[in-house]
Design a protein around this ligand. Structure first.
Ligand code: SF4
Ligand code: ZN
Length: 349
């Protein structure tokens, strides 16, 4: 296949996925989750092109999350800012520091390099939703490709995570409350995206995160690559298998509600981000990871001691700065997330 035919086939396959999946409705504002990496850069480029070519009638905006990773995200955000100019699309950046009072650099200092991606993943999901809600967009699109989805299917099978297994192959999620998210690259292979970005000379950032252990996904990736060597259609087969799974009626599924602390969608009384944030703010970063009972006992003990010292609740001591809550200016407060909302005018475009 020549270069031009490859471009055409690549773009029209994505158009086919968009049309058959009914991803957009005329008049919608759609945020492209933009990290500066190859997937989201190609997504922004192709979406702009297809929107014009096929007249979807949607308005595209770029939405980025700054996790606060020096030497990685600051550089990749420079790429997104150049993309904003190149593609002439509005851009909004929301940061962990602004939303949670913690950058990933600060989190890694406290939790080390073992569970950092748990914090990062949970915070990013919320940050993207919060940014999108403030931008008043109708949906978010992300650059998750076929390889990513196949890996997620395998990871969820290995973890026995039925709830995630059930929704991880859906092309649109979040229609039942949170903002809908779509994956126009659901059937697009990673190698096609790399080739497209390379031949089109797109401006993207290709360095790996400096805090990237993510061993579990790495094992799933290696496993799928080995399978592909024997059976080239392995990735698409895994996705189709995921789509065709049916689940016993007796299997209990989490019931969606809202977090009583920040109001974000959650299947528990307090959402994962608030639990993780509480752990960070109280110097007990393992509070929201694995079995929480030991950390909960520690927390109860700390609060008991604070009560004895006459400084209960509001003045729980923050291990990170050794000052009482409210008596320092290190911003590591545990206010509910919705009190951290940036001003609406920040989001005008
Ligand atoms: Fe965040 Fe981990 Fe990804 Fe780095 S590798 S951006 S820490 S989730
Ligand atoms: Zn919450």
């Amino acid at each position: 296949m020549c270069k031009d035919c490859f471009y055409h086939a690549f773009e029209e396959e994505i158009h086919h996925t968009i049309v058959t999946g009914n991803l957009f409705t005329r008049g919608e504002v759609v945020a492209v989750g933009a990290s500066g990496g190859k997937d989201s850069t190609v997504l922004a480029y192709v979406m702009k092109l297809l929107n014009e070519r096929h007249d979807y009638g949607i308005k595209l905006v770029l939405l980025s999350v700054d996790e606060g990773i020096t030497g990685y995200r600051d550089d990749s955000l420079e790429t997104v800012k150049r993309n904003q100019q190149q593609y002439d699309l509005p851009l909004k950046i929301v940061s962990y520091e602004e939303l949670y009072g913690w950058s990933m650099d600060a989190i890694v200092k406290q939790v080390g390099l073992k569970n950092n991606c748990t914090f990062c993943g949970v915070f990013r999901r919320q940050a993207l939703d919060r940014g999108a809600m403030l931008l008043k967009v109708d949906k978010i699109i992300t650059g998750h490709n076929a390889d990513d989805i196949a890996e997620t299917v395998i990871m969820n099978v290995l973890r026995g995570d039925i709830a995630r297994l059930r929704r991880c192959t859906a092309i649109t999620t979040g229609t039942d409350g949170a903002l809908p998210r779509c994956k126009p690259f659901k059937y697009t292979y990673e190698k096609e995206i790399v080739m497209y970005a390379y031949f089109k000379k797109l401006d993207y950032f290709s360095t790996e995160c400096i805090y990237s252990p993510n061993a579990y996904r790495g094992h799933a990736r290696t496993y799928i690559k080995d399978l592909e060597a024997i059976r080239p259609s392995a990735i698409i087969d895994i996705i189709h298998s995921g789509e065709s799974l049916s689940f016993k009626k007796e299997v209990k599924m989490p019931v969606q509600g809202t977090c009583k602390s920040c109001g974000y969608i959650s299947s528990n009384p307090v959402c994962k981000a608030c639990v993780l944030l509480e752990g960070l703010n109280k110097g007990l970063p393992r509070l929201g990871i694995g079995k929480p009972s030991r950390e909960r006992r520690k927390l109860a003990k700390m609060e008991e001691e604070a009560t004895i010292n006459g400084s209960a609740n509001e003045s729980t001591v923050l291990k990170s700065c050794n000052k009482s809550h409210g008596s320092c200016d290190c911003k590591k407060t545990n206010k509910p997330l919705d009190r951290r909302k940036p001003n609406a005018e920040d989001f005008e475009f």
